[in-house]
Design a protein around this ligand. Sequence first.
Ligand SMILES: [Zn+2]
Length: 270
Amino acid sequence: MPEGPETHYNADRLDLLLGGRTLQRLAFSDPALAQRQEQLQGRGVLGVRARGKATLIDFDNDLTLYTHSQLFGYWRFGTRQGHVPAGEPRVLLASERGWAALYLAPKVEVWPSATIEIEQSYLAKLGPDVLDPAVRPEMLAARLHQPAFRRRSLAALLLQQEFAAGMGNYLRSEVLFDAALLATHVAGALDAGQTQRLARALLEIPRRAYRAKFRDAPPPHGKDYLAHTARTFRFKVFERDGLPCPRCGATIVIDRLAGRRIYSCPGCQH
Ligand SMILES: [Zn+2]
């Protein structure tokens, strides 16, 4: 499943392809969206942005196309003019620069741009986005101790989009490892040092994962906050059960918590 870094990366690629350009082609596979297809066909695209794990494409007629990849959705991109992508994409978008096709995404909706962020149910409940440069560690530190979240285990909280948008399953394991914390802690019981470590990792790890996608190129315009972020990212514990921990050498273990697999090191996460 794409998490925040992958969603933001795809949104940036879509923005390069479509931002400031006129749509040459638009097709939805869902017949229920036929009227929307007519409304958006041939319109100009103002820009493309990610919010959590959703992608928003803003058009010049005050409409916004919302997609959420959920578990299996994925984007494909191509530059060949006139080339038709294989299969039956749920959404096909093309400008003079090339095309983008979204496959298997269960959520495709069109909303008025002015109200989408307050009326669309997923967007309306999103917490601060871990890839939003305006989000600071202090905000997340305070959030861990707020009434809505303080009784929850880190295992559940670190998947909850209301707490921190863009978090997901691989990020959960990696963030907790970076903060040297076990997932079984209750948020409100973390001491000041643990809270700070976790808040910092909640931003640092997703940003590093995102930044690594531009290893050989500068991050796109407006992502200057990533300038000093490490360009490499690889899993330290996720999908590494049975292997030695890169920090202490103990054997990494796998568990299931809050319905999803989680990886941790029993030697250095407490
Ligand atoms: Zn360890």
